[in-house]
Design a protein around this ligand. Structure first.
Ligand code: FAD
Length: 280
């Protein structure tokens, strides 16, 4: 059986990971991209028409999962979202923000799948993607995008470096040293849910399962324990530097670089070194 991959963009990392999942199914793989404003139901309709009876695969992004959920509803076929492996009609998929790997059987003749983010390498196959332009009459669609006010600073989602703080920062005022380090690195400041729940930072700064998912070159986790719901938001980072007072903290299991100690001493010390380097 062949598979049709829905690409959010030809160079979109999660879409290219979805291509790898589609290729693992063993049949021919074709791809579609969709032009025009985001309209999940209309996009799904266009994908259903393009797919014929092929399996349909999408990226495990917010849009990928939403569009394929509409595809599933229109075809009355179950969607297996955030899949890490497929064995015929059986899948392994990530559930509960990464805390559980579920093995499930698909009760349908065809497979609708999204690829769990970063469970697959990005494919380097040179797929020709057909560009679809669905009819939007009457469809729910996005009519306006309002960018969050970042006060001229780099946004959390786009930042190459994220300096993130958890309960260990201790207070809203405690974030001043993280802001200072972030300014030196042209980084964005993120935080854990404990921090937003305490009102130290706005929800827009939260990284994790119920916050923003970031994929910077470097994620600096300061006073963050490494709960799975937090890691779900930063596991796309290329490198993770953890600063934590507790040598047993779970975050160290995810870290490329570890500093054990008090962040209130370590973060200003890093900033001081950076200032010296930048002055020369
Ligand atoms: C459904 C659900 C969704 C959730 N979604 C999210 C989410 O999107 N994002 C998220 O972050 N969490 C989320 N959570 C919460 C998550 O489970 C954790 O409770 C949270 O991430 C913990 O935040 P923390 O690491 O800041 O705090 P803690 O777990 O309390 O860790 C604080 C860390 O700081 C260290 N520390 C203390 N003082 C210092 C110091 N002076 N110097 C250095 N280190 C120090 C400690 O050793 C500890 O490791 C979710 C939970 C649920 C149930």
């Amino acid at each position: 059986m062949s598979a049709l991959v829905f690409l959010e963009g030809r160079n979109d990392e999660l879409s290219l990971q979805a291509v790898t999942l589609a290729e693992s199914l063993g049949g021919e793989v074709a791809a579609v991209e969709i032009g025009g404003p985001y309209a999940p139901s209309a996009w799904a309709q266009a994908i259903v028409e393009a797919a014929g009876d092929a399996d349909i695969v999408g990226p495990g992004s917010d849009r990928g999962n939403e569009v394929l959920a509409h595809v599933a509803a229109q075809l009355d076929v179950p969607l297996a979202a955030n899949v890490t492996e497929v064995r015929g009609g059986e899948v392994t998929r990530v559930r509960w923000g990464g805390t559980l790997l579920e093995e499930a059987r698909i009760h349908a003749d065809r497979r609708l799948l999204t690829a769990a983010p970063f469970a697959f390498e990005a494919s380097n196959s040179l797929l020709q993607a057909e560009r679809l332009a669905p009819e939007l009459d009457g469809a729910v669609r996005v009519v306006e995008h309002v960018a969050p006010d970042t006060g001229g600073k780099v946004s959390l989602a786009d930042a190459k470096v994220v300096v993130s703080g958890g309960r260990g920062v201790g207070s809203a005022e405690g974030f001043a040293i993280l802001e200072e380090l972030a300014a030196l690195l042209d980084a964005a400041v993120g935080c854990s849910r404990v921090v937003t729940s305490a009102g130290w930072r706005p929800h827009t700064d939260q990284v994790g399962q119920t916050g923003t998912k970031v994929s910077p070159d470097l994620y600096i986790a300061c006073g963050i324990s490494g709960a799975t719901q937090h890691i779900a938001g930063c596991k796309g980072a290329k490198k993770l530097l953890a600063i934590n007072a507790d040598p047993e903290a779970t975050i160290f299991a995810h870290a490329d670089y570890a500093v054990i100690g008090d962040l209130h001493e370590i973060v200003p010390a890093i900033s001081a070194e950076l200032r010296k380097v930048q002055a020369t």
